[in-house]
Design a protein around this ligand. Structure first.
Ligand code: FE2
Length: 208
């Protein structure tokens, strides 16, 4: 139905997406990242222990390694790719950075085994967060984003499932290998159960 007045989106929550697979350089990077992430996961006993203690089904370097771009050149190459996308997103968001650039302040590997998940969370002390997807086998988890205003919506009607994505309270975004997703770090998100038979590999990061 055409509305008799105008409807203006205000206070918009933005998600940035770039699908980079198919570019020769990125495809080589994906192969390297896949090998390197698995090799680091095999070696990093502190990370394995932390993942086990926290109930992370798989491996994450989140709490054990803070030097990925220095540790392996493939992460420095990834950082160089991401820097451009983060700058473009900051521009699209009209951030006033006083001529400065957002800088990578952390980057970590996630290898999620079948039936693993990562419950709902935000990324404190950060401006832009995101994930670069390395291996997304058939049936692997999407990224689920939550409307940041959900807590205010005690008496609001539910939205039609057939309604626009921007009106839903939860949105699942399905990445591919080579996808970069970026969002503002305060945006709550989760990784639902990995229903694939294989591991889902990604590299997440924070820019401040
Ligand atoms: Fe996250």
């Amino acid at each position: 139905m055409k509305t008799p007045g105008s409807v203006t989106p205000l206070f918009v929550t933005n998600l940035y997406r770039a699908d980079l697979a198919g570019q020769g350089k990125v495809d080589a990077l994906l192969e390297d990242l896949d090998d390197t992430c698995r090799a680091i996961a095999d070696e990093d006993e502190a990370g394995q222990t932390w993942s086990q203690q926290k109930g992370y089904v798989g491996y994450t370097s989140y709490a054990s390694l803070n030097d990925l771009p220095a540790r392996a050149s493939v992460f420095a190459e990834l950082k160089a790719v991401l820097d451009g996308h983060v700058a473009a997103f900051a521009e699209a968001l009209d951030f006033d950075l006083h001529g400065k650039k957002l800088k990578l302040d952390s980057m970590w590997i996630n290898i999620l085994e079948p039936m693993g998940h990562h419950s709902s969370h935000i990324h404190p002390h950060s401006v832009i967060s995101g994930t670069f997807y390395v291996s997304i086998p058939e049936g692997a988890s999407a990224l689920r984003l939550e409307d940041p205003r959900l807590a205010f919506m005690m008496h609001a009607p539910l939205r039609k499932a057939s309604g626009k994505a921007e009106h839903q309270s939860f949105v699942n975004v399905t990445p591919m290998a080579g996808t970069v997703l970026l969002w503002e770090s305060w945006l709550r998100h989760e990784v639902p159960i990995n229903l694939s038979d294989d591991v889902r590999i990604s590299v997440s990061f924070n820019y401040g």
